[in-house]
Write a protein that binds this ligand. Structure first.
Ligand SMILES: Nc1ncnc2c1ncn2[C@@H]1O[C@H](COP(=O)(O)OP(=O)(O)O)[C@@H](O)[C@H]1O
Ligand SMILES: [Mg+2]
Length: 191
């Protein structure tokens, strides 16, 4: 029998966690959210940072996916506040998430939830995973990176005012380097 830990009620859905997978059942009035989540997951399947898509049902609006187990960003931030994690560690985490945002920008999938990412970024044993894509917008010029940056700056300002500008600087440099790398990747192609 399911206990409360195996069932999550979201705004648009109920997520049921079983032994080997998670199933997100989207409320019937949110069909477009179902499509958004399914398309985003499908398009991002080659990347390790999304749950594996195991199946979907357009009649019942269910999406069966890999179960993601780990600790979420909220827990990580709480540990940081208790001085159990270093600033450097948090920064390195943000950089990885930032890279994920960058990939999604290149794929032109705008998740639109990076301003409240606490429960959607999960640290598993192997890697960082991102869940909840039901607000995704496709082929848009809106940028995940920019939305996440504004979250980070707000966060940093809130917790540690002195670090704000250093952090801003570091992230903008990192962002530019990523763009350079990606562009040179194309220039170097032999055809
Ligand atoms: N693939 C998954 N593996 C494990 N837990 C998940 C998974 N997908 C969702 N959850 C859990 O269900 C909660 C609600 O899921 P979410 O996709 O955010 O629903 P909604 O979009 O309706 O808010 C998440 O915060 C998470 O705890
Ligand atoms: Mg959602």
């Amino acid at each position: 029998m399911l206990n409360s830990k195996d069932k999550f009620k979201g705004k648009h859905s109920i997520v049921i966690i079983s032994n080997s997978y998670a199933e997100k059942k989207i409320k019937k009035e949110f069909y477009s959210n179902f499509l958004r989540e399914e398309i985003a997951l499908r398009k991002l399947q080659n990347y390790h940072f999304v749950p594996k898509l195991l199946g979907s049902d357009h009649n019942f609006l269910t999406i069966k996916m890999e179960k993601i187990e780990g600790v979420n960003l909220l827990t990580i931030i709480k540990l940081y506040k208790k001085n159990r994690l270093s600033k450097e560690f948090i920064l390195s985490i943000f950089k990885i998430i930032f890279k994920i945002c960058f990939i999604m920008d290149l794929e032109k999938i705008y998740k639109d939830e990076w301003n409240r990412p606490f429960k959607h970024i999960i640290f598993t044993r192997e890697s960082i995973k991102i869940i909840d894509f039901d607000r995704s917008v496709f082929n848009t010029n809106k940028k995940n990176t920019l939305q996440f940056i504004s979250f980070i700056f707000g966060f940093w300002k809130f917790f540690n005012k002195g670090e704000f500008f250093t952090c801003l600087y570091e992230f903008s440099i990192f962002y530019e380097k990523q763009i350079e790398k990606y562009q040179s990747f194309f220039i170097d192609l032999p055809y």
